[in-house]
Design a protein around this ligand. Structure first.
Ligand code: PMP
Length: 316
């Protein structure tokens, strides 16, 4: 993957090669950081880069930082502004992924969350697909368990907790699967390695509740809204057993990176007829239109990055 040209680092946008930290940095040694993942979608039609729900992403990021006892000193609006400035400087005319990272920057020995210095960096890279087979993924149920709210909270994106994700993802991929579903400590399906999870049974869309140790996903929230408002679907948030997944009608994953990824096989069992389900296909299309600003009703989800705000910024 190509590295960015620029990064927001220690309060300003600098060449990426200047955004360096020391090896003693607390976050590098102990995983004491919180991060986000935001996508920008290039619209050919409007010659515009639309950032998807950045306010919501930054609100969640600041909540993750709050869990970590971090003092960030920027509001979501300020972080959106910085992101636009950064994307503008990069001058992308393609889909991108933005990674904000809030971290404990002290170069000290000692594991704790108090009396430490918080810093934030933001960088962006061109981005395409995350799950290679996003129209018919074969997933396994991981032998690893999801981190628990009382060990490392899964509701936020806490860097150290992603070692759990890494175990899950690598085991799945090395065993020949595209992704994995993860059970929580109660034995219910929580989510994918880095995606939220949905199941269709008898025309009802079902997804685990936040209290089942899942990330408070922004794609999840968007898809629930689209399903209710545009497809008139009943959406239920309830715990899901492993074996009802095997006998479900449709399955899919959602995430900023994964978007809406159809699952057609679980642990070598075919789901329904083994093809992407009709509701999954509709939600995929609605989501893909929404992120590129094609749905008027959801234009408030699209933050213009290049033209509208961007040009103003350049002239400041
Ligand atoms: N769960 C986990 C563990 C994740 O890392 C992600 C990716 N951010 C998601 C779910 C999906 O969340 P979102 O839709 O906000 O990207």
């Amino acid at each position: 993957m190509a590295v960015p040209n620029y990064a927001f680092f220690r309060g300003k946008i600098v060449p990426y090669s200047d955004a360096k930290i020391g090896v003693m940095t607390h976050a590098l040694n102990y995983g004491t950081a919180a991060f986000g993942g935001v996508r920008g979608y290039w619209s050919e039609a409007e010659e515009e880069l639309f950032i998807f729900r950045p306010q919501d992403h930054y609100k969640r990021l600041l909540n993750s930082a709050k869990l970590m006892n971090m003092d960030v000193g920027y509001s979501p609006d300020e972080l959106v502004h910085i992101t636009i400035e950064l994307l503008q400087k990069e001058g992308y005319r393609q889909d991108v992924y933005v990674r904000p990272l809030i971290y404990f920057a002290d170069e000290i020995i000692g594991v704790k969350l108090h009396d430490l210095k918080t810093e934030i960096t933001i960088f962006s890279v061109p981005f395409d697909k995350y799950v290679s087979n996003d129209t018919g993924a074969h997933v396994t149920v991981s032998s690893w368990r999801r981190v628990d709210d009382n060990s490392i909270p899964a509701r936020g994106k806490i860097a150290g907790a992603y070692v759990n994700t890494a175990f899950i993802k690598s085991d799945a991929v090395r065993s020949g699967f595209d992704e994995a579903l993860v059970l929580n400590q109660d034995g219910h399906i929580s989510e994918g390695s880095a995606e939220n999870f949905f199941m269709v049974r008898d025309g009802v869309l079902i997804t685990p509740p936040i209290t089942d140790n899942i990330l408070e996903g922004i794609t999840r929230r968007s898809v629930i809204e689209l399903a209710r408002n545009e497809l008139n679907l009943e959406v239920r948030e309830r715990s899901i057993d492993r074996t009802e997944v095997y006998i479900s009608d449709e399955l899919f994953l959602t995430g900023t990176a994964a978007q809406v990824t159809a699952i057609t096989r679980v642990d070598h069992r075919q789901i329904a007829d083994g093809k992407m389900g009709p509701l999954t296909a509709k939600l995929r299309e609605l989501y893909s239109d929404a992120v590129r600003g094609k749905l008027k009703k959801y234009r408030h989800w699209n933050q213009a990055g290049l033209r509208e705000n961007g040009r103003e910024l350049v002239n400041v």
